[in-house]
Design a protein around this ligand. Structure first.
Ligand SMILES: *Cc1c(COP(=O)(O)O)cnc(C)c1O
Length: 409
């Protein structure tokens, strides 16, 4: 099966074949006997004799050693993710997306260093800067990702890394990763990029300038809202260092969860394409509604960073936000409560649609909110994760929600 993941093939073909090594999907006398790698539940790995135990295998996937270093189920997932990320030498798995971000930052930073973080980063990433990183003597400073000159001006002698997220959380603003990465490289910084929104199917992060590409697999790869995991993929400069640091931190992922992620991966291309098309239709409809001040959906012309999205991305996703024209927080809550087809909950990227409030004002410190061009009252946002329901049903639901909002606002 390994030939299915050749770079000569299209994405769908590679998603089907990735990670399905014949030795992981069968026995010595019948390699490739089953389609999926079995779930190897194992802490202890047994050795045939003392000579084998003494011959410590190299620290790499594909060699049984001890449960913490995984077994074929986890190896197949990490090999599949590496095959999908152009420029990657390997992929480290973590128990969550947050663990992947922290694992990468603790690999590239030392006490005394300064980290520059994009201002619209995922809030738990910002919390790392205010919390654990600060406690370990690493200083975090936030910058406005729409202004490469401001980013360059913020670099000092102690700055060692930058954490980007493209597009940023909540406001889904796209930034110019090639431009920011070029500046970072010129100053010797390591670029860590949270690529959860597009995944490598829509944004080849390492090719665009990142040194380490992070994903919360909880979102698109899992795709069914039933498992959590994270990943960091990198080229030769960082992959082995990431791996050793992750092992030092004791990161492991369960084989059952790895099997769920592998299952999700096979249909991820189809789900992303459908969710992207549906999200764009919802975004177009929303932008024509008088109650809506701004739609933030990179695929939509006029959205923040749309031109950069069109230049740098090969795909989109179902996650978008919109800002209501004036109104109150309570009216916005009434809108969300009125939706029948959107669950209220964090996370996204599952087969089912979700809605959550967007309130960046108390979070952002380096960039304006409301967005430039909007009135001061245009500050109450809603984030939608568009799932696999019929688009017309979702739009009808949103129309009901806006009608309730009009009476409450
Ligand atoms: C959800 C999310 C994470 C964290 O992932 P978990 O698996 O929930 O820990 C990181 N970055 C982004 C952009 C996310 O949306």
């Amino acid at each position: 099966m390994a030939e299915h993941d050749s770079e000569d093939y299209g994405t769908g073909t590679r998603l089907v074949g990735a990670g399905r090594r014949a030795e992981w999907t069968g026995s010595a006398d019948h390699p490739g006997a089953v389609v999926n790698p079995p779930v190897y539940r194992a802490s202890t790995h047994l050795y045939p004799d003392m000579a084998a135990l003494r011959a410590h295998p190299a620290n790499e996937d594909g060699k049984f050693y001890y449960g913490r270093r995984g077994a074929p189920t986890q190896w197949a997932l990490s090999e599949a993710l590496t095959a999908l990320e152009p420029g990657a030498e390997g992929t480290v798995l973590y128990p969550s997306g947050v663990a992947a971000i922290m694992g990468a930052l603790l690999t590239v930073l030392r006490p005394g260093d300064v980290l520059l973080m994009i201002d619209n980063a995922y809030e738990p990433s910002r919390a790392m800067g205010r919390g654990l990183l600060r406690d370990f003597g690493i200083e975090t400073r936030w910058f406005d990702s729409s202004d490469p000159a401001a980013f360059e001006a913020a670099i000092c002698a102690r700055t060692k890394a930058v954490l980007l997220e493209n597009p940023g959380s909540l406001t889904i603003e796209v930034c110019d990763v090639p431009a920011l990465s070029a500046i970072a490289k010129a100053h010797g910084l390591t670029v860590v990029l949270d690529n959860t929104w597009a995944s490598p199917l829509g944004f080849p992060a390492l090719v665009r300038g990142a040194d380490i590409a992070i994903m919360s697999l909880t979102k698109h790869v899992g795709g069914h809202s039933d498992a959590m995991m994270g990943s960091a993929s990198a080229g030769p400069a960082w992959y082995r260092k990431l791996r050793v640091r992750a092992q030092g931190l004791g990161n492991v992922v369960s084989p059952d969860d790895a099997a769920l992620m592998l299952r999700g991966l096979r249909t991820m291309g189809l789900r992303l394409a459908q969710e992207t098309a549906s999200a764009l239709a919802v975004a177009e409809w929303l932008s024509a509604q008088p109650e809506v001040a701004k739609v933030m959906c990179p695929m939509l012309p006029g959205s923040p960073g749309h031109a950069i999205w069109a230049r740098d991305f090969t795909g989109g996703c179902g996650l978008l936000s919109f800002v209501l024209k004036g109104g109150t927080s309570a009216a916005r809550d009434a809108l969300i409560d009125a939706l029948a087809l959107f669950g209220i909950g964090y996370s996204w990227g599952g087969f089912e649609s979700l809605a959550t409030p967007v309130d960046p004002a108390p979070i952002r410190t380096a960039s304006p909110w409301p967005l430039p061009g909007l009135d001061a009252g245009d500050q109450f946002g809603v984030r939608l994760s568009i799932g696999l329901e019929d688009t017309a049903d979702l739009i009808a639901d949103l129309a009901r929600g806006l009608a309730i909002w009009r009476t409450a606002a």
